[in-house]
Ligand binder design. Structure first.
Ligand SMILES: Nc1nc2c(ncn2[C@@H]2O[C@H](COP(=O)(O)OP(=O)(O)OP(=O)(O)O)[C@@H](O)[C@H]2O)c(=O)[nH]1
Length: 523
């Protein structure tokens, strides 16, 4: 089953039939059933342990499948098992002719029949001369262990069982298990604090322990790490403020300063503070409930645009989806295209890239590099400054001839004046309408989170020029301005669809308001 990284679920087909239904809003995170903190910890711990054991088991099975097979020439196998037929003519040391192999299989059949007969009536056995010659007391030589693939089913299962039973905690570097090209570095796999936090976040969103993958854990750990700086700024002071006792006006004033410092922007901050003050007048909030209420406010604010935009952002299978990727040069547009192409490939989509940001030849070359890294072809026009619409036209033609499901278009990246930008994007849309009228078109704005409020001004120009369906927030790792996500949503009214938290090809995932707020406030 293919894990679809766009909706974070297995079995794309089953999901597809659901994709047509009106998507349900994200379920409210379900804190563990009991209210007793130690029970909650216990239930999360056992959930984490189950997820850990399951991932460990999958890795062991994967190791068996990937482990290089000992290169034993057929003669050695034959020597170990049955005498090679005299007239077998080795076509080369590595192999036998087909008829010889068939003959050999025929011999095996005879051996099997003889063994069956012998088991049925042992008294009928004549000791074979060479066996008779071995003195009874000499133990037979232990047969050299056959390579895993040559073992019988029963032997294999027994070996796997032994492996599971003796599986030790020490970590096999994942690179030993998967071809190095498949991953950039072996993510650590240990039942550590990051693992526990990640499984807790996934459990609270309704995930089952057996469905949790190491890649999801690795991503959540990266997200949490990426938001470290913002969180440290927020949470230490937040806990100090809220920890002083029931939420009071001073605390609310300090929270306001914290949100502005994390670049949440004035509008989002005002909304959150107003809601807190209303709550303050209604009831006394002890510290942990105040934190929980603040988290809910942030989640609701981040999810609000989903009421006016499609809550599910998943390319439709067996259909041409065209995603226009816009954003100012340096925001991480090219990197984002490479990462999106990578998760599309991993999720089983036929993907193609059109390098239509032709303003800089270097940008086209860079897209090609990311195409290679993600294993996705890039359609580009040689020569500098060619017409972006021409590249889009070629990209659509190639996509239609190949049955591509997701065409990623790298479009204008320079922040020239709004008019030029609008003209260029309008022209591209016109080409798409003419050439691929039934394609599902989305337009994503790539925004550099480290720019904070400055990035927002750029975003406004793009959001007025292009009919945007969402934002990709990049460079969340290492910035203290993680709060800009709140400003983007509140001031642009656009949903955040993906977030980037690193330069690596794995460092982009669909945005989850629950995970983001947990990493921001209690990671
Ligand atoms: N730390 C970090 N760096 C990132 C991230 N995304 C992109 N970058 C880096 O940001 C720089 C710009 O990324 P690009 O993808 O080239 O940006 P661009 O928008 O295509 O800009 P041009 O290449 O000038 O068109 C590169 O050094 C990337 O490695 C991220 O999520 N985290």
């Amino acid at each position: 089953m293919t894990f679809n990284w766009f909706n974070r679920k297995f079995d794309q087909k089953a999901e597809e039939s659901k994709a047509d239904e009106p998507a349900q809003p994200e379920p409210e995170p379900t804190p563990a059933a009991t209210s007793n903190p130690s029970d909650v910890d216990e239930s999360y711990l056992s959930f984490a342990k189950a997820a850990y054991e399951n991932i460990k088991k999958k890795r062991q099975q994967q190791e068996e499948l990937v482990q290089p097979v000992e290169a034993i020439a057929p003669q050695e196998i034959l020597a170990d098992t049955v005498e090679a037929p005299e007239d077998a003519v080795p076509v080369s040391p590595e192999g036998f002719s087909v008829e010889a192999v068939n003959q050999f299989l025929g011999t095996l059949e005879d051996v099997k029949n003889d063994l069956t007969a012998a088991i049925a009536s042992p008294e009928s056995l004549e000791p074979a001369p060479e066996v008779a010659a071995i003195p009874a007391e000499a133990p037979p030589e232990p047969a050299a262990p056959l390579p895993f693939w040559a073992q019988s089913e029963a032997d294999r299962e027994a070996r796997l069982e032994r492996l599971r039973a003796t599986a030790i905690e020490e970590e096999q570097p994942l690179a030993a298990v998967q071809p190095p090209s498949a991953i950039e570095e072996a993510p650590a796999f240990a039942l550590d604090e990051g693992f526990l936090w990640s499984t807790e976040v996934l459990a609270a969103q309704g995930r089952r322990a057996e469905d949790i993958t190491l890649e999801e854990i690795t991503w959540l750990k990266r997200l949490r790490q990426g938001l470290d700086k913002t969180r440290r700024g927020l949470i230490n002071q937040l806990k100090a403020i809220v920890g002083q006792g029931p939420l009071n006006q001073d605390a609310v004033t300090e929270i306001e300063a914290l949100l502005l410092q994390a670049d949440a922007g004035v509008e989002a901050t005002d909304k959150i503070i107003a809601a807190l003050q209303t709550k303050l007048r209604e009831e006394v909030l002890p510290p942990e409930e105040a934190i929980a209420y603040l988290k809910k406010l942030l989640r609701d604010l981040l999810d609000r645009p989903l009421q006016s935009h499609n809550p599910v952002f998943v390319p439709e299978k067996d259909t041409l989806n065209i995603w226009l990727i816009t954003g100012v040069n340096g925001a991480g547009k090219t990197t984002t295209i490479g990462k999106l192409a990578h998760i599309a490939q991993k999720s089983g989509y036929r993907c193609l890239i059109a390098a239509a940001d032709t303003f800089r030849a270097a940008a086209v070359e860079q897209v090609k590099v990311w195409g290679q890294r993600s294993g996705v072809d890039v359609i580009a026009n040689p020569g500098q400054n060619t017409d972006p619409a021409a590249v889009v036209f070629d990209g659509i033609a190639a996509a239609q001839s190949r049955g591509t499901e997701l065409l990623l278009v790298d479009t204008a990246g320079r922040l020239q004046n709004k008019k030029n930008l609008m003209d260029e994007l309008t022209k591209i849309r016109r080409i798409i309408d003419k050439k691929a009228g039934n394609a599902r078109v989305e337009s994503l704005l790539v925004l550099d989170a480290t720019l904070g409020q400055n990035g927002l001004r750029q975003a406004r120009v793009f959001s007025e020029a292009a009919q945007l369906s969402g934002v990709v927030l990049t460079k969340l790792d290492g910035t203290a301005k993680g709060g800009v996500a709140l400003a983007v949503v509140e001031e642009l009214g656009l949903p955040i669809r993906f977030i980037g938290a690193g330069e690596g090809i794995e460092d982009l995932r669909p945005f989850s308001s629950y995970e983001f707020v947990e990493a921001l406030i209690s990671g």
